[in-house]
Design a protein around this ligand. Structure first.
Ligand SMILES: [Zn+2]
Length: 459
């Protein structure tokens, strides 16, 4: 596609900045409109505003936002000025809006580096305009089935994107067989990240997303498991197997609600590292970030060091101070993510209060039957759960699911008003863990921000 001329570029950039300014002024954050307007005025404005930029795109089911956050922090720590699409608008026009409004009026990029969270289906559109230096895929799990028609379809969408971008380095999870298969039959270089066989976890084994061998259609056998369908898979027919990770977590030494201490091997050297976030899935996100640094040719040593000071983002183990008591929020939107959150909570040796919220609006996916595939039994059988608040549009369904999982009615309480809930929580003395899905998180977060006087990220 032809590059836009100077007039088109200036008009397009100005229109983007202006619409974005107006929308923000009226209290609306991440949105696609400025990107749509800009791309209408100059079809290929994206290639102009990213000219010479080193871009890493992060896609996959779970962990995109945290991984992006970690990569941005790694780049910044290594002295590379890096743009991050913080607004969470991860479809083509939302990404475009972030890139264009962070260019000069003449359409030149202000940042030499960018880390972009990208929706799985939007990747193939984005790479039509821009060739990323690296494409990171976190993992693939069943998610929002009514949107894409299953995890196999999502894999196909990503594969189309990868095939359009042969010069990008792939950064792939060695233990997740679906996304690992993206390295087959493409010329792209690959950096693998993963956990060593010795790193056992208490995560639930669930092979429903594992699929079959992409080479011969054979069944997988596992030499070791991490959680869900992640582990040391190998095809029983043709021998296709998990690749050896280039960035490998060799042990998880200690985990508390404040963070995780690990050993990690990268570039042939093993070293200790601290991750300022808890939970095993964040160990994967950290390994992905270090692997991305390697793919971007940013200092791997600095990337590892930076994990100790990475901060949580929007709803991902975000912590609120409720009159001296700690509330940690974990966004959950599918069985795999929710089970991992339960696995984290039950690994902590302390009494706690849980807040579970479930909506099924457009932003969540209307089909909420995923709660039937989620291991609420793990949460309900933990003697440390002393209270469970249940809310959201589907509170009754979630309440019934928790009853089936064995939660006693004495510890459960339904709520409808988020502000009233926060007032109740302020009287608690136990740590609180809130597990909302997307749109219920927005409501809960709003009430928490009002109560604690926290400001939103774009303010
Ligand atoms: Zn096979």
């Amino acid at each position: 596609m032809k590059k836009p001329n100077v007039i088109q570029t200036i008009l397009s950039v100005a229109a983007c900045k202006l619409t974005r300014g107006i929308l923000r002024h009226t209290g609306r954050g991440g949105t696609a409109v400025p990107g749509i307007v800009a791309m209408k005025l100059a079809g290929n404005i994206l290639s102009a505003v990213t000219d010479g930029m080193q871009i890493v795109v992060v896609t996959g089911t779970n962990g995109k936002t945290t991984t992006c956050n970690m990569i941005e922090h790694a780049c910044t720590s290594a002295g590379c000025n890096c743009l991050l699409n913080k607004s969470g608008a991860n479809l083509l026009h939302g990404i475009a809006a972030d890139l264009i409004s962070n260019a000069t009026w003449l359409g030149k990029p202000k940042y030499p580096y960018a880390v972009l969270e990208c929706d799985e289906a939007a990747l193939k559109q984005f790479v039509s305009y821009v060739t990323p230096k690296a494409i990171v895929v976190t993992n693939l799990f069943s998610d929002q089935v009514d949107r894409y028609g299953g995890v196999e379809n999502t894999l196909k969408e990503i594969r189309t994107g990868v095939e359009k971008s042969p010069a990008s380095v792939l950064v792939l999870n060695a233990e997740e067989p679906l996304s690992a298969s993206l390295a087959l039959n493409v010329p792209n270089k690959t950096v693998w990240y993963g956990l060593d066989r010795g790193v056992g976890t208490r995560g639930k084994v669930d092979l429903s997303d594992a699929g079959v061998c992409p080479v011969c259609g054979g069944e997988y056998a596992y030499d070791f498991h991490i959680y869900a369908h992640l582990g040391g898979y190998r095809c029983t027919k043709c021998g296709y197997h998990r690749p050896e990770p280039d960035v490998c977590v060799t042990s998880i030494d200690q985990m508390t609600s404040q963070g995780t201490r690990i050993h990690l091997r990268a570039d042939g050297k093993e070293q200790e590292a601290q991750i300022a976030l808890p939970a095993v899935y964040n160990v994967y996100n950290a390994a992905a970030a270090v692997a991305a640094a390697k793919a971007m040719e940013v200092s791997v040593v600095k990337a590892i060091d930076s994990l100790a000071s990475v901060r949580s983002s929007f709803g991902r183990l975000e912590t609120f101070d409720l009159k001296g008591n700690r509330l940690q929020m974990i966004l959950v939107k599918n069985p795999a993510g929710c089970n991992q959150a339960f696995s984290y909570l039950t690994s902590l040796d302390e009494d706690f209060t849980a807040v579970l919220c479930l909506n099924n609006r457009t932003g969540d996916g209307h089909d909420f039957s995923w709660i039937n595939d989620t291991n609420y039994e793990m949460l309900c059988s933990d003697p440390h759960v002393k209270k469970i608040y249940v809310g959201g549009d589907r509170a009754q369904d979630l309440f019934a699911r928790l009853q089936r999982a064995g939660a006693s009615e004495e510890i459960m309480e339904l709520f409808t008003d988020y502000q009233a809930l926060v007032r109740l929580l302020e009287k608690e003395s136990r740590p609180i863990y809130a597990l909302p899905n997307y749109t219920s998180m927005m409501e809960l977060r709003q009430a928490l921000m009002q109560a604690t006087g926290t400001k939103d990220f774009w303010e």
